[in-house]
Design a protein around this ligand. Structure first.
Ligand code: IMP
Length: 442
């Protein structure tokens, strides 16, 4: 059962890309299975900087096949720009990228809807603060079915007619909603544009479910790369302040078409502290000098939107919950170096909500909004640890901090990252049969 998953356990931006990059060396296939161009990572390889949001960074490893599976929502303009960026720099994409024919397509009306509905929510003080990439509206059409268009539909002879028909419906609905704040969509032009996109994408379109099942049946090693973080899961996250897909480990099967029995290992990635972009409750948020330290040292600005990220202490109640729902085996702790220089560190172990103290994660955003964190306080360390390469060379306070996270989340820490470079990674020595990576350490 050679499937491995990498899942972010917080509100996204846990530096999963680095963990995926390290693991890719041991896999033949890398899969994105949910979300869309709301995710984003910058990958530096051989002195070149690549900005990718839909194509897995595995594309930079020759010999690896990359799959954009059924559960992803695809903006063809973004995908084609990424393909072009890669090809211009000599990265072979043809024959190495497969795009699901079942994946749903983002259209200009989805981006308009994200803007118009998001603005209304902001006026009413309830903003989710989306990335404005049309993600939620596209998933809404998928579930609603009437206005949905899938990648496979784009390749059919009636595609242009269908796009024009949906554009008319959308014009009516958006005009009714936004009046003169809305500029009419030209259905004919959009249909022509998407026909061109379809022609360009056709060589990559495939039945990815069939491909993945066959690969796993042939014992190929498949890496599933989660986007966003489990607290943004539409069913299990901090609803309604979530994204519109299953970003926890629970989304792997529905998004890829691969049943859970093929998943051998789930790695949960956490930052050594917590961040969040956009609206919604965040009990351990530090809107003060500590938050500023984390933002500055951790360069905490959104990759897609450049918004400053909200920063706070590690929330073990939340991470324990998401580790459990995601079926996590091991933790990878990233950005530990960012904590250097703080006199003391706090980790949230429970919440006080009204008269009650709870250690389980509340299902209602309002309860979480009112939650007062109960903290365990640990000594900090002053040393710069970004050059440390062995766990035993970390300051005692840093090792104690890692032990504390492991104890409270209930999972062993197997990987620790102290900087963006591949070499700034430490592996906790594996007990036999308990390696982080397939076939042993990197
Ligand atoms: P949407 O996914 O654009 O609909 O945005 C919904 C919420 O998820 C907003 O709070 C976003 O800031 C957040 N979000 C979406 N994608 C990411 C991500 O990749 N990292 C962190 N937050 C994200």
């Amino acid at each position: 059962m050679p499937g491995v998953c990498v899942i972010g356990l917080q509100w996204g931006d846990e530096a999963k890309g680095k963990v995926v990059d390290l693991l890719t060396q041991q896999h033949q296939v890398v899969v994105r299975y949910q979300g869309g161009a709301n995710a984003g990572h910058t990958v530096v390889a051989d002195g070149q900087t690549y900005k990718l949001s839909l194509i897995p960074s595995g594309i930079l490893h020759p010999g690896v096949t990359c799959v954009i599976a059924t559960g992803v929502v695809i903006d063809p303009a973004v995908l084609l720009a990424e393909i072009e960026q890669l090809q211009q720099r000599g990265v072979e994409v043809a024959g190495r990228l497969l795009v699901s024919d079942r994946a749903h397509v983002i259209f200009p009306w989805h981006i308009e809807e994200d803007r118009i509905f998001g603005q209304r929510a902001l006026d009413e003080g309830e903003a989710i603060g989306t990335t404005l990439r049309g993600i939620g509206p596209c998933y809404r059409d998928k579930v609603g079915r009437y206005f949905a268009i899938r990648v496979g539909d784009l390749l059919r002879s009636d595609a242009e007619e269908r796009i024009r028909r949906v554009a008319e419906e959308k014009n009516r609905a958006l005009r009714a909603r936004a009046g003169d704040q809305f500029q009419e969509l030209d259905g004919r032009r959009i249909a022509q544009q998407y026909r061109q996109y379809a022609e360009q994408l056709a060589p990559y379109v495939a039945d990815t479910t069939e491909f993945l099942l066959s690969a796993l049946e042939q014992q190929q090693h498949v890496l599933f790369e989660g986007a966003q973080g489990a607290l943004l899961d539409v069913d299990h996250g901090t609803f309604p302040y979530v994204t519109s897909s299953n970003s926890s480990g629970l989304g792997v099967s529905s998004g890829s078409g691969v049943p859970g029995r093929y998943i051998q290992r789930v790695i949960g990635v956490v930052k050594a502290y917590t961040t969040r972009v956009g609206g919604g409750p965040f009990p351990t948020e530090q809107d003060n000098a500590i938050g500023e330290h984390l933002r500055r040292r951790g360069n905490e600005y959104g990759t897609v939107t450049r918004r400053p990220r909200r920063c706070g202490w590690f929330d073990a109640v939340a991470a324990r919950y998401t580790a459990r729902i995601s079926g996590v085996d091991h933790l990878a702790v990233t950005l530990l170096d960012v904590l250097s220089g703080l006199p003391e560190l706090k980790v949230c172990t429970a919440y006080r909500i009204g008269q009650r103290q709870v250690s389980s994660f509340p299902s209602h955003a309002q309860d979480l909004e009112q939650a007062e964190p109960v903290y365990e306080t640990l000594p900090g360390w002053q040393e710069d640890i970004s050059q440390v390469r062995q766990i035993e060379d970390l300051p005692q306070a840093a090792r104690d901090y890692l032990d504390c996270l492991s104890r409270l989340v209930g999972r062993p820490v197997k990987l620790v990252s102290v900087g963006p470079d591949r070499c700034q990674t430490m592996f906790v020595p594996a007990a036999s049969g308990d390696q982080l990576l397939v076939g042993g350490d990197v």
